[in-house]
Design a protein around this ligand. Structure first.
Ligand code: CP
Length: 308
């Protein structure tokens, strides 16, 4: 049993193993494999989700596990039971718990304060680690490698961007350049951690708050929705700051071979034009399919250890 609360929880070898397993599962189109026969996995999504919840639910079923689904208001935490007692009880009955929460990381840490059931972060405000694993699975499937990829990330420095930076900075030769609106960049501790990884691996991670002098010959141009699930922007004029960061076809002038990636859900006309999202360079829906394959790889990594 192993928790996955952050990409930082994964040693380099485990990160590479999960991505490689995701690619193998993708090649097999995620067919039934029953490696988690007898395992029971709880799904606790306190926030809306289409892809992540479906990916982990279907992934668990394809691996032969069974699932228990909790609606946001189902648990006695809503009547005052402590999260620690809840975690203790759930860990007596479940093998793993997949959690999406709008609370800070302390909620996940309390849920993971036991050694019997794996806790998987299916997105919290700070990080979306399983999204990064799906993204790297999609990149590895498309390019055959992660090493050396040049990625231009455009948009808010949100939980998806944080996980992407923490993951990509672990691969030699990666060039990750983030262009984020002023005041909406990656938190400094995340940048520092990614810079630390990059210093060891030979990657580079940079962030600027404008859209001038874009790097050319990117392999990937990536964006995410401007209004991240479960968050709100206090500044009523935030759209003015974000407007220059819409991904449109002109970004391909210097990177004609780049693919477009988006974690979805998308708002055409905000963070990306329909022409780009629905165009020939977009692999956003292949990336969405990789949510399932990488969820299967994550579930196996989290649950299989205790079954050996
Ligand atoms: N990309 C992603 O996390 O999608 P959902 O919010 O639909 O799960």
């Amino acid at each position: 049993m192993r928790h996955l609360l952050s990409i930082s929880d994964l040693p380099d070898e485990a990160l590479r193993d999960i991505v490689a397993a995701g690619v193998r599962i993708a090649t097999a189109k995620g067919r039934q494999r029953n490696s988690l026969d007898g395992v029971i996995i709880g799904m606790l999504f306190r926030q809306t989700s289409t892809r992540t919840r479906t990916a982990f639910s279907v992934g668990a079923l394809r691996l032969g596990a069974r699932i228990v689904t909790f609606q946001p208001a189902d648990l006695q935490t809503n009547t005052g039971e402590t999260l620690a007692d809840t975690a203790r009880v759930l860990s007596l009955m479940l093998d793993a718990l997949v959690v999406r929460t709008a609370s800070d990381a302390s909620e996940l840490r309390v849920l993971a304060g036991q050694d019997d059931a794996a806790v998987i972060n299916a997105m919290d405000p700070a990080e979306h680690p399983t999204q990064a694993l799906a993204d790297l699975t999609a990149m590895a499937g498309h390019f055959g490698r992660i090493e050396g990829l040049k990625v231009l990330y455009v948009g808010e420095g949100n939980n998806t961007a944080a996980a992407l930076a923490l993951a990509m900075s672990r691969y030699p030769g990666v060039r990750l350049e983030l262009r984020t609106p002023p005041g909406y960049g990656l938190p400094q501790p995340v940048l520092d951690q990614a810079a630390g990884y990059a210093g060891s691996s030979g990657a580079t991670v940079t962030e600027l708050h404008h859209m001038r002098d874009l790097p050319d010959k990117s392999d990937v141009i990536y964006t995410t929705r401007w209004q991240t699930t479960g968050t709100a922007k206090p500044d009523p004029d935030w759209r003015e700051l974000f407007a220059p960061f819409t991904v449109n076809a002109s970004l391909w002038d210097g990177s004609p071979d780049a693919v477009f990636m988006h974690d979805l859900p998308a708002h055409r006309g905000d963070e990306v034009t329909a022409e780009v999202l629905d165009g020939p360079r977009s692999i956003a829906f292949t990336q969405a399919a990789c949510k399932l394959y990488s969820a299967m790889a994550v579930l196996e990594w989290c649950c299989e250890e205790g079954r050996r």
